[in-house]
Design a protein around this ligand. Structure first.
Ligand SMILES: [Fe+2]
Length: 353
């Protein structure tokens, strides 16, 4: 099949009969055929290459090269074209019909940066979420139980437990205040794959941890919104990120495999350090921007992380019958009994029984 030929033919016909233009019907038909062809290709690949690096999402997640990741996500975009189109339309509808919040209605996360930050400490939704996080942290300390930890980070609370749908964190995560810039950045309505409260002791340096610069592995693009729950200055292990255009040296290297990097791996002066009072929000594309944080300092840091993805992310099955299991989204544990079309799309799972 040749899309180019059909395009040209369509254009000629249109010029002969009406105004100069394209034959959209022919283009749509070509795209539909193309999408089906990609789906068939993907199914063939799964039979031929089951459990090999070509299609194994678990392998890609941990060991894939940038070239393999790029190929996989281009394929996933084709296979999931219908869901992506649906989310594009839903995103447009959301921006048009929801009452956007003045604090972020104009906030744009530029593609060249891949990050943006805004002080929202005065906002009631943010204040409620900060309070819920502080109460949760205090409750965890008072209980005397040891927190689950990994290197410099401790996991204090998670979507569904203890952050339920009636709480401040969930209300913030599903609000236009947060979602509008995310929709604009992706060009579509996102999936919320998780949120949780993290505590950083900032005591020791762990060379294999996220204290060193790294990319996250889930997709070629994703957005995390980090909220400082405690005031963060230079001495409390602030979040750090390198603009996408400066991270491109590794992001676009086809042979690069995700690995922690020293600060010298990027252009001098390109690392941005984010400080601010509790209630500061940092939007960051952690797949396109090298980032790090929680480095040793004098003070502890509490941070809420809210994660948004698009349908191509690696924890999601590529197609029905994909042999690699789907990793359960952390937001599946949230029981929202008042789902609407937006929250349903955000949680991307069926209504609770
Ligand atoms: Fe990360």
């Amino acid at each position: 099949m040749s899309i180019v030929k059909q395009d040209v033919r369509g254009g000629d016909q249109a010029q002969a009969t009406t105004a100069p233009g394209r034959d959209y019907e022919a283009e749509l038909a070509a795209l539909r055929t193309d999408r089906n062809r990609w789906r068939a290709e993907a199914e063939k690949l799964s039979e031929q290459f089951q459990n090999t690096p070509t299609i194994d999402r678990s392998y890609l997640l941990t060991k894939g090269t940038m070239r393999q990741r790029q190929t996989y996500h281009a394929l996933a975009k084709e296979v999931k074209a219908a869901d992506i189109q649906r989310r594009r339309e839903l995103g447009q509808k959301y921006l048009a019909e929801q009452k956007l919040d003045p604090d972020t209605s104009k906030l744009v996360v530029l593609q060249k940066d891949g990050f943006a930050s805004v002080d929202l400490s005065h906002h009631p939704l943010v204040q409620d979420a900060v309070k819920e996080c502080l109460d949760t942290y205090q409750g965890a300390i008072d209980s005397g139980k040891e927190l689950l930890s990994k290197d410099s980070l401790e996991f204090v609370g998670d979507a569904g437990w203890p952050f339920i749908a009636s709480g401040g964190v969930y209300k913030l995560a599903t609000s236009p205040l947060l979602l509008a810039p995310v929709i604009r950045y992706f060009g579509m309505f996102p999936i919320m794959t998780g949120f949780g409260l993290l505590s950083a002791r900032n005591e020791e340096f762990y060379p294999h941890s996220s204290q060193r610069l790294h990319f996250d592995p889930e997709d070629r693009t994703q957005l995390k919104v980090f909220f400082y729950i405690t005031d963060v200055d230079e001495t409390s292990g602030p979040f750090m990120a390198v603009p996408a255009e400066d991270s491109a040296v590794l992001y676009n290297d086809p042979d690069f495999k995700l690995a922690r990097q020293d600060d010298t791996a990027v252009r001098e002066g390109s690392i941005r350090t984010f400080t601010g009072p509790a209630g500061t929000a940092i939007y960051c594309d952690t797949c396109r921007c090298l980032h790090a944080g929680a480095r040793p300092g004098d003070k502890k840091r509490l941070m809420l992380s809210i994660e948004y993805n698009i349908p191509t992310h690696l924890h999601s099955k590529l197609w029905e019958g994909d042999p690699v299991p789907e990793r359960r989204s952390r937001t599946l544990k949230v029981r929202d009994y008042n789902l609407n079309e937006y929250t349903e799309a955000l949680l991307a799972h069926p209504k609770p029984a």
